[in-house]
Design a protein around this ligand. Sequence first.
Ligand SMILES: NC(=O)c1ccc[n+]([C@@H]2O[C@H](COP(=O)([O-])OP(=O)(O)OC[C@H]3O[C@@H](n4cnc5c(N)ncnc54)[C@H](O)[C@@H]3O)[C@@H](O)[C@H]2O)c1
Length: 381
Amino acid sequence: MKVIVFGGDGFCGWPTTLRLAKAGHKVMVVDNLSRRAIDDELSSGSLTKIANIRDRVAAAQEKIGDVEFCYLDIAAQPSELRDLIKDFLPDAVVQFAEQRAAPYSMIGDRERRYTVDNNIVGTHNICSAIVDVKPDTHIIHLGTMGVYGYSKKFGKIPEGYLGINITQTKEDTEILYPANPGSVYHMTKCLDQLIFQFYNKNWGLKITDLHQGIVWGVETPETKLDTRLVNRFDYDGIYGTVLNRFISQAANNVPLTVYGTGGQSRAFIHISDTAECIKLSVENDVFDNSRVRIFNQVSEVKSVAGLAEVLRKIYNADVQFVDNPRKELAENELEVSNSGLRSLGFEPVMLDEALIDDVRFVADQSKVNFNKNNVLTSPKW
Ligand SMILES: NC(=O)c1ccc[n+]([C@@H]2O[C@H](COP(=O)([O-])OP(=O)(O)OC[C@H]3O[C@@H](n4cnc5c(N)ncnc54)[C@H](O)[C@@H]3O)[C@@H](O)[C@H]2O)c1
């Protein structure tokens, strides 16, 4: 198949590109390299040494398969985006190209507006171009578990749609799960959902929205094949996801910084499983298109304190409880369905199994780049 990966230079997009190319698909990576620019802006960056995009793509062509690159800003260059889709004629597009850090979106006015403008406009530009240029293209979008909020108020979290009974008519029906964002970034993912509902209802666009858990880990079988293919690894207080921050702290013998009591439960997935789930979604593209297909792309649920405990036991790491910079419940329970992707053959990697290798790799890579001052940099909200 021909697949465009928007945001294919990023943490999830690059390993996914390689997984798709390995499976024999022809992949076009589209990226404006804005994440590399934000690294400079924040004086932070990947703990692993990542090759420039030219070298990455050359290595992918040598070692893996058919990968090309196009430098394009999907929010700011809608006509170039349309031309690209018209020329490449993709069977599927994968939309990773959004500003993805909740803390970054809460820094201030500039970052709030950038996150909304970039994420909503970019996603809408893709839908709008596809309607005119190639309406049978399958759109796969990375949403987040954060669209649901984190509670068991409505029971186990279903895949996108909540079964309800209407009091007035006594009718049973399903509605899009009530959105409950916890940051401007999460708000953009909730708004993306409405864009998809409308484009599916009005033009019948074929859309899969993947509500992904927090991604952890760094390597996949494909990124290990050449040093130029290595994936990025964020460990700072703004872009570092919680388990990756803990992994880098354990690898560098500094205390694991748990926000608040650590009683927040969250859903997690390993980076190699992210790539696998996208591949499964791309390849299984025959489904009931009368509504947006929504899957929860998660492997397991753990509390933040529970995660710290796993690392403390294996690595004898110290744990430090710090004030929670985020406005969120101190503690919550969470139960999440992932039956959709499992029905397509997804067999998740669980945390304890893969953790040891990832910590070793990160420890090795950290010797030069780990900067303790980047650990507690989250803004407060
Ligand atoms: N990392 C996680 O834990 C996680 C969890 C849930 C959902 N997601 C979602 O997955 C997607 C990818 O996340 P990631 O961790 O790989 O983020 P990332 O920041 O590493 O990658 C995003 C990529 O998109 C590019 N990009 C951003 N705006 C663009 C634009 N306007 N035009 C072209 N390229 C643009 C960036 O340069 C970057 O390479 C995001 O949408 C994110 O919300 C990530």
